[in-house]
Design a protein around this ligand. Structure first.
Ligand code: DGT
Ligand code: CA
Ligand code: ZN
Length: 574
């Protein structure tokens, strides 16, 4: 990881020097050094200890000193000073995907925008294109990039929301007089990003609940403190709303505050047609004003002639129609998951040795864990070459001999190279139980080319799964362009599985793509892409995505028992 930190700092120094108009040779030297460090096959910390930094190509005395400072202090004063001397607006602009140092400098020199909003206004009124060094396309890309950054700031990812929420739920649950508690809003629906957290509580002492909530140690700022509703902002800047509701209307309140807004609007329209009215207190007969359902969510739906609709489906995308006709899917649940099909070990960029991964998997009650370390072309991640992969297979088979009721699967996260070929020869892939293939470079290729790359990878009979298919990083990197309809057709034909990568910043495939994949009859799998042990928890997020994609147990590969899984994986190879 230190290598990446050094690479990033050196690249940023090069950017800042470029903005200053510094000596081009110096700028190039930083970029070259960043690359050399990234590609190092040995450990940087060890090179520092042994005083061998200057043996790295492109690293002289001065850069060696800087690397040493980064390793020893975690910072670099020279870099901090450079940052301080650069106008804030330029630094902000460079955080926008698609704006490099040249563009940032050109924008600054021409318009001196004070902040991103001013830049956005300029782009919207087409004032940007036409100035030297900036093309029409750039203006469009700037707007897209700003959108991405803004969204990232307004909304947190689901993983962060889940962990903040659980702290509050734990605190509130332990209060005396709290009878029930449930998360509502987009978090209960497991949306991939969340604006604020909504919690409902049943208690006969609302004031006590409110007091305890606003005084929680995680609270930084109290936004509102009422007798049954309060809002706070946490140290992380996240807004949390807690409402105390009456036990008698808990179900109606849950439906109302879980949303989505679109789902609620459709429900109200339906009620209207039935001569009923729905609000947060219950379902009422228009004629008599009588409350006919309110205590449990099931009752509210049933009063409207609907089956219970799981929160993840409440987006008004057909769930109400299905609930009316008794055709809702029987959604997959976390307990159906029998193993994780994408984890890393310390053989590449993971933290833990194979044996420890086996223990962790077994402790979770899993039947299997697929070890999928990176391959040789991904040098930053310590990717394995064919020889190392063969050694890893041996080691895994040895570990498996000593555990009962659990197995580490020999796998790989093989890189799909820019021409669509795989980074490991078939004769070695053949030795593995499972082959997960993914793209880690060349994101800027055309849609046709990228789609063709993935198709070619699927046509290899050893490719079991396509991992993190769209490559998006929530709030950071837009998905690359792919023709998913085409991909799903080929996946179905070739018996290739598509991954739901559950890593919080990925959640890739997303809900709409998952639902589309299912329409094509494609099987999906959930992998957490774990590098450090707690990341195994992300399986719950993956299951949330799967449920939002309307998946049932039978649509997923990792709900199979170990023996059925192995059979299914072999099928494509025949
Ligand atoms: P978020 O916070 O943007 O991630 O998404 P939500 O869905 O949590 O939205 P939020 O927190 O504004 O409101 C929570 C729920 O309350 C929402 O899902 C449905 C309900 N709600 C809020 N505003 C309205 C509204 O104007 N009409 C209706 N019918 N329901 C609303
Ligand atoms: Ca919310
Ligand atoms: Zn990957």
């Amino acid at each position: 990881m230190k290598k990446l930190q050094i690479r990033d700092i050196f690249n940023q120094i090069a950017d800042l020097l470029e903005i200053k108009g510094d000596n081009p040779f110096r700028i190039k030297a930083y970029r070259r050094a960043a690359q050399s460090v990234e590609n190092l096959s040995s450990d940087v910390e060890e090179l520092v200890r042994e005083g061998k930094l200057e043996e790295i190509p492109g690293i002289g005395k001065d850069l060696a000193k800087k690397i040493k400072e980064i390793i020893e202090t975690g910072n670099l004063k020279y870099f901090d000073d450079l940052m301080k001397k650069t106008p804030k607006a330029i630094l902000e602009m460079m955080e926008i995907p698609g704006i490099g140092p040249k563009t940032a400098k050109a924008l600054y020199d021409n318009f001196k925008p004070k902040n991103i909003s001013q830049l956005e206004a300029l782009a919207r009124s087409h004032k940007i294109s036409g100035i030297p060094g900036i093309k029409d396309k750039t203006e469009e890309n700037i707007l897209k990039g700003i959108e991405l950054v803004k969204k990232g700031k307004e909304r947190m990812n689901l993983g962060m929301a889940v962990s903040i929420n659980s702290e509050f739920v734990r605190l509130l649950k332990d209060l005396p007089h709290v009878k029930n508690i449930s998360t509502a809003g987009s978090l209960r629906r497991m949306k991939e990003t969340i604006r604020d957290i909504d919690i409902l509580v049943i208690s006969r002492k609302p004031e006590e609940v409110m007091d305890a909530f606003v005084r929680a140690p995680m609270v930084k700022e109290i936004l509102a403190h009422g007798s049954t509703k309060s809002s706070i902002r946490t140290l992380e800047g996240v807004q949390v709303d807690v409402r105390v509701v009456d036990e008698k209307s808990y179900g109606a309140a849950l439906v109302y505050f879980t949303g989505s807004k679109e789902h609620n609007i459709h429900i109200r329209r339906l009620a209207n047609q039935l001569g009923l009215k729905v609000n947060e207190y219950g379902v009422f007969e228009n004629k008599t004003g009588k409350n006919i359902a309110s205590r449990r969510e099931e009752d509210v739906y049933s009063a409207l002639g609907l089956d219970f609709i799981p929160p993840e489906l409440r987006e008004d995308t057909g769930e109400i129609e299905c609930a009316k006709e008794g055709r809702l899917p029987n959604l997959v649940a976390l307990k159906d998951i029998r193993g994780d099909l994408h984890v890393h070990s310390d053989w590449s960029d993971g933290m833990h040795p194979l044996k420890e991964m086996a223990t962790l998997g077994k402790e979770r009650g899993y039947e299997y864990l697929a070890i999928c370390d990176h391959t040789q072309s991904l040098r930053v991640a310590g990717g394995l070459n064919e020889k190392e992969l063969k050694e890893q297979i041996k080691e895994i088979r040895k570990i498996n001999k000593n555990i009962k009721g659990f197995e580490l699967l020999c796998g790989t996260e093989v890189d799909i190279l820019s021409d669509g070929s795989l980074d490991i020869k078939d004769e070695v892939l053949k030795e593995l139980d499972i082959v997960v293939a993914s793209i880690h470079s060349g994101f800027k290729q055309s849609k046709d080319k990228l789609t063709g790359r993935v198709i070619k990878a699927m046509e290899n009979k050893y490719t079991s799964i396509i991992a993190h298919p769209s490559g998006r990083l929530i709030g950071e990197r837009a998905p690359y362009e792919l023709d998913f309809d085409e991909l799903f057709k080929v996946a179905k034909e070739t018996n290739t599985v598509f991954e739901i990568n559950a890593f919080p910043s990925r959640l890739d495939l997303n809900d709409t793509n998952i639902r589309n994949a299912k329409k094509y009859g494609v099987t999906l799998s959930i992998g957490t892409d774990t590098h450090i042990k707690d990341q195994l928890d992300a399986m719950a997020l993956g299951v949330g995505m799967a449920r939002r994609g309307w998946l049932e147990k039978g649509d997923l590969l990792n709900t199979l028992s170990l023996s059925s899984l192995k059979k299914k994986l072999k099928r494509k190879r025949q």
